[in-house]
Each structure stands twice: as C-alpha cells, then as structure tokens.
Design a binder for this molecule. Structure first.
Ligand SMILES: *Cc1c(COP(=O)(O)O)cnc(C)c1O
Length: 221
C-alpha cells in the first residue's frame, strides 16, 4: 500500500548519482488529506518524518488529545509544517509541530519567537522563499530574505534552511538552483525542495529535505 522502500531507493540512487551520502537527504512524507489507514501503514513501515500543510488537520491527526495518540506510540516522530501559517494559529502550530518550514514575514517571526519562548519549545525553522515571485504564493521575496534572516537572528528564531515551492508547470531547475545559491550565500545547511514529480532533480541541486506526498501515498482524495 505504501511504497516507502521504492521511494527511499530512488532518493538514495539520486544522492549517489551526484556523489552525496544517502543519509544527507531526508524524506518528509506529506500526509495531508490522506486517510488514517495510510498514515498508520507508513508508521508501521518505519516512516517517522511527516509533513502537514494545515495546523488543524495536523492537530486532529497527531495532537495529544485527539483520537489515536500517535505521538505516544512513536516517540521519534518529527512533524514538519509545510503550509502557510496565520499568526492566530501560531500557538497551536508550535505545540503540535517540530519543524516550521514556512517562516516568511516579520509579523510571523515575532509571533513564533514569542510563542516558542512561552512554550519553551525552540523549534528549528526554514524560511520559505517565493522563488517564482508569484503574487498568490506565500514566501518572502529574494530581496527581503537578508532582512528577514537578520530579524530571525535578532529574535532568537533558529533558521536552519530555506524552502521553496516552484511555480506549477514551470521547469523547477532555476528555482532549485536559486534556493541552493541563497542557502550558500547565507550559510544555511538545509534545503527543503522537491516533491513527487521532481525530488530526484532537487537532490541533484542539493535538497536535504524532499517533500513527497502522492508518489508515496497515492493521489490525494
Ligand atoms: C502537498 C505538498 C507537497 C507534496 O506534493 P506531492 O506532489 O503530492 O508530492 C509538497 N510540498 C508542499 C508544500 C505541499 O503542500
């Protein structure tokens, strides 16, 4: 049902093909909108790193007080927020997630930093960069990135990398290349890029985290 081994093999061959260690690429299994049976099958298959794009859905699936307590069953779970974050959801996001990939504006930096202090949970974060300059897409502009990084440092928000979602139907390569160059310029070790259709290409451009949904779980309902 879940072809974890096949995806993991493809990740490892892509890493090897460009001379990278297999362990340098982390699969983030994108479980949004997938039925619980598939999530539980993935957990039984050994997957522990998951991505969700909505705070409420993540709480329902992974939160402490909701149904099956998957956190208690699998202590080594790591949950990534990969969708846009509203400031009124920051408290819930900091309590349910372990990594926030979508930091993209000053207001959110202030809210996250304050909430992490309040909850004593210093989560590693990524800054999402709107590499395609798309009006409807979240992410900070390339021009705003240095200022946002400085603010994060100032506020004590721990930024470990950059994340992007290239425009649909565009060649992703220039976007992966740009994100790679930006991470190098600002000394950030992690790059979250590549999805079902292009994760092998992303690995060739240095992805450390690939976010794979449909290729792993099947098309979302
Ligand atoms: C849904 C989603 C993915 C996974 O997409 P697939 O094409 O199903 O692999 C990756 N990243 C983000 C931000 C998403 O919202």
């Amino acid at each position: 049902m879940i072809d974890h081994a096949a995806i993991q093999t493809r990740i490892e061959s892509a890493a090897r093909a460009c001379g990278r260690a297999c362990s340098s690429v982390q699969l983030v299994a994108v479980s949004k909108t997938q039925p619980d049976e598939k999530i539980d099958a993935a957990l039984r298959a050994g997957l522990r790193v998951f991505g969700e794009n909505r705070v409420q859905e993540a709480q329902a699936r992974w939160g402490k007080n909701h149904g099956a307590d998957r956190r208690a069953m699998y202590a080594d779970l790591v949950l990534h927020l990969i969708g846009p974050l509203q400031t009124n959801k920051v408290r819930d996001a900091v309590s349910v997630f372990d990594v926030i990939e979508t930091v993209d504006r000053p207001k959110l930096v202030h809210a996250l930093a304050a909430e992490m202090r309040a909850q004593k949970r210093a989560l590693p974060c990524f800054i999402q960069v709107n590499t395609g300059d798309e009006a409807q897409k979240a992410g900070c502009s390339v021009a705003d990135l240095p200022g946002l990084l400085a603010l994060c440092r100032d506020q004590g928000l721990h930024i470990t990398g950059l994340m992007c979602i290239p425009p649909v139907d565009a060649d992703p390569v220039p976007h992966f290349q740009l994100l790679h160059d930006l991470a190098g310029r600002y000394g950030l070790p992690n790059l979250s890029m590549g999805m079902s259709a292009d994760f092998e290409t992303a690995i060739a451009y240095g992805a450390t985290h690939v976010r794979v949904g449909s290729a792993l779980f099947g098309v979302r309902g």
